[in-house]
Unconditional design. Sequence first.
Lengths: 330, 173
Amino acid sequence: MSKTTDAVPEIGSIEPNQHGYRSFTLGAFRFDRDEYFTHVAWPKGHHMLPVDAFLRALQRDIAWGFFYGIVNFDAVIGTMNHYGSVDLFAGRFNDHYRRAGLDHSERFTTPLIQRVFEAMLDDWTNAGFDPFASPQETGSAFGPKHGSNKEAITRHRVTAKRMIAAPGDEPLRTDDNGFPVNRHFHDVPQDKPDVRAEPGFEDEVVAFNLFAYLSRSDVTWNPSIVSVCKASLYCPTTEEYILPVIHGNDRVEWFVQLSDEIQWEVEDRDTGAVRARVTMKAGDVAAMPADIRHRGFSPKRSMLLVWENASPELPALYASGKMPPTPVQF
Amino acid sequence: MAQHYTTRFGSLERYDKGGVEVVNDDARNYVFSNLFEVASRAKPYEKVAVGKNIDYVIEAIRAEGISGWRAPAHDEFALVMDGEVEIRLLKLDNPGLVSPGTKGSVALAGTPAGRKMGVVRARRGHMTLLPVGAAYQFDAPRPGVILLQTMAGADTVERWGDICQTTPRRNAR
Ligand SMILES: [Fe+2]
């Protein structure tokens, strides 16, 4: 890639195809969908993804603002965040495509790729399909175009400034504000901490039930900020079924399994070669090194604390080798 | 038919542990531990790092009895993972007890001078703000576990080789 494209294209074809879906282009990439599949084409190749998996990945990529590092939709297609611009790639982190010279990558300004991705998600998400929900809790993504689900794909993104429930910060979840306890978490206690603040200190003596808060999450695989210690962000999330993306790290991230169990497949970030399988049960803590990619599997809805260091200088430090890819040496 | 689900949390008394199964790697790269196991082998209020990301740490703290007073240099967050902990907060008369540039928190001698801010009684899953400018004290009648979000400070204990998996198979000892 030589330049960053920021020209605003016509977003999507005017005429829908025979299945009712519009087609989208980003640079030399073209995206089409039919009843079952997303078709991605670039100058040196083309690829198919099941459309339900594609929309789940696309939804996360948009909602997370392209996240930290690489969001692989599968072993071929994905995005790499440069925080202001984003690479869209095919085969870039696939050893075989790379060696065959069939990979392709183009850089776009973040607002441009975001606009096209949002338009695609909107056009391709049918009524009754919620890309954020677990498969058991939503309808089918397949078939000819029928309706839309704007409400599901434009949810509020939770980003606490200090802590959930602190004055002026993100609110708690309740039955009344549309967050009932999830079917897998009916046994999670909903008690509140006893908070007794002296007069004048009500804004600083604050506590909330994080586990109850998580039990009321209506989405899966969506790390959201609940507490902020400078650049240290607690981003817990509730997980069920499969992480819809394979996350490639540009820094170390940490997991604390808060409840139940997740298994992680860990691969080399650049080639996809398998490195390890990590099984995490409640109370387990593990680092994901800066040179890997990982995908989680959660048989029952579980609570996972994703812990991030959001310092902006980190990707360059790891990429230059100034920082070892693992967080501690022992 | 409504299916019944059981959510599994850990505790000092009862925790299961997963682990790393290596295909082509070193298990140490995952710095894998279990915070209940760490706390079960720790002294009361020992601040054992179970995660570290450059300047930042998460500490597994065995809450048992009454802790000394500490003052953080920035907001910290205490998540009770097991047991019940009373958290007392005091507004420091002299914020200079924490010198500028401090990371994490500092231990204070005795009870520092200050105004009572309030008390939080927190049980499993409850997260409490430990605000900058305040001092805090923990009181746990029975052993419990706190996971603390903070920065690595003078009293942070790092003993990775003792707490982490070093073998390529999780069941190997
Ligand atoms: Fe990740």
